[in-house]
Every structure is written in C-alpha cells, then in structure tokens.
Write a protein that binds this ligand. Structure first.
Ligand code: BES
Ligand code: MN
Ligand code: ZN
Length: 522
C-alpha cells in the first residue's frame, strides 16, 4: 500500500464538525454522513447537520442524489458546516431482480474510501437510517471495505506523479454508538484485510521476481504469526515420488517447491475445551501455484500471455487465508499446502506423450503440457490426504479457460463430491459476495479421461473442459469430502469494483475465512 490509512472508532459525541482554522488546506477534513432512500437519515445525523439539512436537500435534488448505495453527494466548503467537505453517502440497499439485497457494508466502505482519496482526515458518522442488527459488526465491515479499496500495487512505479497518492496519509475516525463493540469486532477484519492484500500482492508480482523459491520464502514469513512452515525442495519431492508436479517444473531454470503451512489454533491450552469430537483433525486448503504458465511445449499464443503470471492465484489465496486465520488466532487446526512450479518450454521440458507416475501410483499420459495445474494438484492432494487425514480438502486453482466461458468473472466454478461442504461454501460465498456456482461431476465425464497407454490422459477433449479437469483432480481424492474451486475467472484480471481496483483480486480469502468461522471453529 502506498499511502497510510489509519482508522479508529470513536463515540458519536466526539465527531468533529469543523476543520481546524477554517482555511483551505491541502489535506482536507471531510465529514461523512449516510442517507438512505428519499434522503432518510439517522437521528444523530439529523441533529448534527442541524440547519444544514436544507442545503443538503436542495443539493440532493439538484444533483439527482437519491441515497442509493454506490452513490454520493459531495459538498465542498458547505455553508453552515466548517468541514472542508460534506460527503453524504447513499446506503439504500441495491434492489435485486426479486428481493432487495441486504445492505453490504463492506462495499459501502469501499465506495467511501474511493471518495475520500488518500489525503486528509475524515469523521464518518456511522448512524444509518435503518440501524443494522449487528451495528458493531457492520462498522467493522465498513472498515474492511475501506482497507480493501485502499490497496495499491505500485512497487515498480519509479515516477510518482502529483495525482498519485504515493505520499498521502488518510486518517479516518468512524463514529458510532457501539464504538467499543466495533473496536473488538475490527480485530478480525484487520487480519482478513491483511490476508486479502497479501494474496493480491502475490498475484500482482511479476514472474521474474516471484518464482517458486521466492514464493516459498514469502510463505515462510507466516512463521512470525506462529504458523509452522515446511518447504519441500526438488530432492525431497523426488524421494516422495511427486513426479507429476516435478514433470511440470522440469523445463524451468527455477526449481519447484511444495510448501505446507500448519496453523494449530486448537492445540495447547484450548485444545479439547468445547471442541467437537474429531475437530482437532485439521481442515486442508490446497492451492495451484504455477508462477508462470507458458503452456510448456504445448505453448500458448503470445497475446495476453503476460496474464499467466497470475496462474498462482490459488496458492496466493491459501497463503492469504493462512495469514488471516493465524493473525486472528482462529480456533481451528488448518493445513495450507501449495504446489509451486514454473511451466516453461525447454530442452528438458516435459513432452506431449510423456507418461508420468504420480505419487498415488496412477500413471498419466501428458497429452497437453498446458494442462499442467491438475498435474501439480494431483500430487499435492494425494500427499495431504495421505499424511494428514484432514476433515476435508478444498483446492483453489486458476485451472481452466473454459470456466471463463461458462461463468465469466462473477462466479467461481465449484465442484464437489460432498453436498454439505458444497452447500457451506456456496453460503459463505453469498455472505461475502465471493460467489460460486456448482458444476456437475459424473462417470460420463470421468470416462473422457481414459488413455490408450496409461491410467488416464491429462485432458478430456474439446467439450466440458472445466468438468474433465475437475474429474482429473477427483481421481486423486480418496472419497474424502473435497471441493475444487476453479478461479481462472475470479482470481485475476477481474473487473474493478467498490472494494477491488487491482488486477489480482485476492479472491477466496474472505469466502474461506467465513467458511471456517461459520462451521469449523470450536
Ligand atoms: N492456467 C491455465 C488456465 C487459465 C486460462 C487461467 C485463462 C486463467 C485464465 C491452465 O493451465 C490452462 O492452460 N488450461 C488449458 C487446459 C487445456 C489445455 C485442456 C486451457 O484452459 O486452455
Ligand atoms: Mn496451462
Ligand atoms: Zn495453468
């Protein structure tokens, strides 16, 4: 992040209505209030604005401001208020096609941050016309959205121009009746925002900087939070027989790595206390970490190939999630595992036609070296289930272009062998706005992977590309509850939104954190 954002919570009575000295300053003070449909305002807001309400009403009419979420009325140097700016933020729930969606305080926070910019001070009067049931949680969500919107990735910009927010600092105070509750609730949100922004950094980094070894080093940094981080190098993986993963990386000048992260939030003093039977068994998240995917010998076309630096968004999400869980000291035992390789064409690279023996013992005929993610995941999935016997495994991968054809960028593809797990993931997706859409699995699709020479091929043919990829993964899951999220459309190059303005979205961190919080903590 390139400008400093400080957020704190205060009591409503401590709101600062005036700008110090009243002179125009380079770092303006903004007073933020909320209005719903028909300019409805909370009691405290009405009182605070006093006579100024008339000005606001006139301005709203003139500007056509109706209080809709993702809209605002902006008054600079308003008469009667000595803040440099009065910002009236719409918060009426967006109307869906049939039901009105609940107010999304994360998005409102993101929109607010976009309006505030990167300089100055702001007092945000979090007094909504319809007070949310969990007010403190809503205020904490607002600041989560602010932090997500404030994210910048400008590490490699050496020329800072005037309008860039390189040296800015924004200090915001959010005022509400239950400010004490908000101060408690915000702790977890800060951890989650950090997790999302770490995932984004990893996805945005260029592939010459972030190759497997460097990625592993970044994951290792989680140790400062108490995560145990194990790094397996090529030799260690050879010993284990992880030939499918190693085959993908063998054409690269950079060595492959596998990283296993352990967060044991249930160990020690709290273990057993109120824990459900069996819940000390870990849950496992597994990520595809292809730090660059050229396609290998089955090389991709040049146009847009630079996007394939994001082919590690699954692994980035797992690292961001582990950060979030450890930083908020989640009461759960979790394993995060990532397979890190670079897929390059080379004299040593894997060929179409090669047959590899995976760690599971099953053999794979590599028809297309560009279908590499599934080869990496096959060995990591196998290793994790056989060593750690987790309650479930969820893997994330930018696995197929076909999922973009099917679902675009608004939903990730969900594949699962377990209805309960699938249902829980869908619900967490709806709750966080990181939506998933369940896709089918079945023996007819599985058959498409049959090979003339080996136990299976690594591609299924022209049709149902996302499903056959998922079927391939399922062959490395021994009936354990498992879900695969194909995030090729959501993990990178996703459209800008109120809470995301960057290329690497950090998709999945919030969804999976919510899944854990709702179902797997003691
Ligand atoms: N990393 C790609 C999938 C991808 C495509 C991710 C677009 C993000 C955006 C994956 O490794 C791949 O190349 N898949 C092939 C599979 C095919 C060879 C069966 C694809 O989707 O074309
Ligand atoms: Mn590929
Ligand atoms: Zn790939």
């Amino acid at each position: 992040m390139s400008f400093k954002l400080a957020v704190e919570f205060i009591a409503l009575k401590d709101v600062r209505r005036s700008a110090k000295g009243k002179k125009a300053v380079a770092a303006p003070h903004t007073l933020v209030v909320f209005a719903g449909a028909d300019l409805a305002m909370g009691e405290a807001t009405t009182k605070l604005l006093g006579d100024c309400i008339e000005t606001v009403t006139r301005a709203a009419q003139a500007a056509g401001f109706k209080g809709k979420a993702s809209s605002a009325l902006e008054l600079w140097a308003p008469v009667g208020i000595d803040a440099d700016r009065l910002l009236v933020l719409g918060c009426a729930p967006k109307q869906g096609p049939d039901t009105p969606a609940p107010a999304d305080h994360v998005s409102i926070g993101g929109y607010l941050m976009g309006k505030l910019g990167s300089k100055g001070t702001a007092d945000v009067v979090f007094d909504l016309p319809q007070s949310p049931e969990a007010l403190a949680e809503a205020a904490a969500d607002l600041t989560l959205g602010m932090r997500m919107r404030a994210y910048r990735f400008d590490l490699y910009k050496t020329k800072k121009n005037d309008d860039a927010d390189s040296n800015g600092a924004l200090s915001a105070r959010v005022a509400l009746s239950d400010f004490a509750g908000a101060r408690l609730a915000v702790k977890a949100r800060e951890s989650i925002a950090e997790g999302v922004n770490i995932a984004r950094d990893l996805v945005n980094e260029p592939p010459n900087v972030l190759y497997p070894e460097e990625f592993a080093k970044r994951a290792k940094a989680l140790e400062k939070l108490g995560v145990v981080v194990e790094i397996l190098d090529v030799k260690a993986m050879q010993k284990l027989g992880m030939n499918a993963l190693l085959g993908v990386g063998q054409g690269s000048a950079h060595e492959s790595r596998m990283v296993v992260m352990h967060w044991n939030g249930l160990k020690g003093a709290k273990a057993g206390k109120g824990a459900k039977a069996g819940s000390a068994r870990p849950i496992a998240f597994i990520g595809k970490g292809v730090t660059f995917d050229t396609g290998g010998i089955s090389i991709k076309p040049a146009g847009g190939m630079e996007d394939m630096k994001g082919d590690m968004a699954g692994a980035a999400c797992v690292v961001g999630l582990m950060h979030a869980l450890a930083a908020r000291k989640a009461q759960v035992n979790v394993i995060g595992a990532i397979g890190l390789v670079e897929n390059m064409p080379d004299g040593k690279a894997q060929r179409p036609g090669d047959i590899v023996t995976t760690m599971s013992g099953q053999t794979v005929e590599v028809i297309n070296t560009d279908a590499e993610g599934r080869l990496v995941l096959a060995d990591v999935l196998w290793r994790i289930q056989s060593v750690y016997d987790p309650q479930f495994m969820i893997n994330l991968a930018t696995l197929t272009g076909a999922i973009l054809v099917a679902l675009g960028t608004d939903h990730a593809g969900l594949f699962s062998n377990d209805d309960e797990l699938a249902q829980r993931i869908s619900a967490a997706g709806n709750a966080t706005g990181e939506k998933v859409w369940r896709m089918p699995l079945g023996p007819a699709y599985d058959k498409m992977l049959d090979s003339k020479f080996a136990d299976m091929k690594n591609i299924g043919g022209r049709h149902a590309g996302s499903i056959t990829a998922a079927q391939f993964l399922q062959r490395f899951v021994n009936k354990k509850p498992w879900a695969h999220l194909d995030i090729a459309g959501t993990g990178m190059a996703s459209p800008a939104s109120d809470i995301n303005q960057t290329w690497g979205s950090g998709w999945g961190v919030r969804l999976l954190d919510r899944l854990v919080a709702d179902h797997y903590e003691k």
